[in-house]
Design a protein around this ligand. Structure first.
Ligand code: ADP
Length: 178
């Protein structure tokens, strides 16, 4: 499923993010950048042990921020490690923190001349963020960011739906062409 905004193609794609041939993939990391389960584990397995070494060198990433490493054995050039919020019912700034993840990744993409970037559904796994609300935030942030930019390198943004709940939420949130 895809749509276009300000000349940028935005896709909702079902599958494994580690297989995508894009300039950058986003990792839903933890604060310690130690690697873990879910998409984080899949990215570390596909990238090889050099990725964990690079992450250990960086050390820490606050929630809502992003850190960059190479993609090592992945087909992408960069991995953007961002830390989504743990869902605690919605009264602890979770929506703002998730929005910050998307905005900071898009900003980092622009700073590194990234043309294509893929996002997993940050926080929608073990961190428990409701999928529909999370996909709404993702779409809103991408949309606002593209509207605010005068010039940027991005041509393609992929929202990766690995599980059914995220796919269904993405289909409801993304306007346009299927
Ligand atoms: P978080 O801790 O931020 O919740 P998870 O990795 O537990 O991160 O889950 C985030 C989302 O990533 C979930 O929707 C999960 O289904 C999805 N996911 C898991 N493995 C992959 C993968 N290989 N590619 C893309 N998305 C994945």
């Amino acid at each position: 499923m895809l749509t276009r905004k300000h000349g940028v193609t935005i896709e909702l794609w079902r599958g494994d993010i580690t297989r995508l041939e894009v300039d950058a993939i986003v990792n839903a990391a933890n604060n310690g950048l130690r690697g873990g389960g879910g998409v984080d584990g899949a990215i570390h397995r596909a990238a090889g042990p050099e990725l964990l070494q690079a992450c250990m060198h960086i050390g820490h990433c606050p929630t809502g921020e992003v850190r960059l490493t190479p993609g090592f054995r992945l087909p992408c050039r960069y991995v953007f490690h961002t830390v989504g919020p743990v869902w605690r019912g919605g009264d602890e700034g979770e929506e703002t923190l998730l929005a910050n993840c998307y905005r900071n990744c898009l900003q980092l993409a622009a700073e590194n001349a990234v043309r294509s970037i893929a996002f997993p559904a940050i926080s929608c796994g073990v961190y428990g963020f409701p999928a529909l609300s999370a996909m709404n935030i993702a779409w809103q942030q991408i949309s606002d960011w593209l509207t605010d930019q005068q010039e940027h390198s991005l041509q393609r943004i992929v929202l990766v739906a690995y599980d059914e709940a995220v796919w269904q939420a993405g289909c409801r949130v993304m306007p346009g062409i299927s």
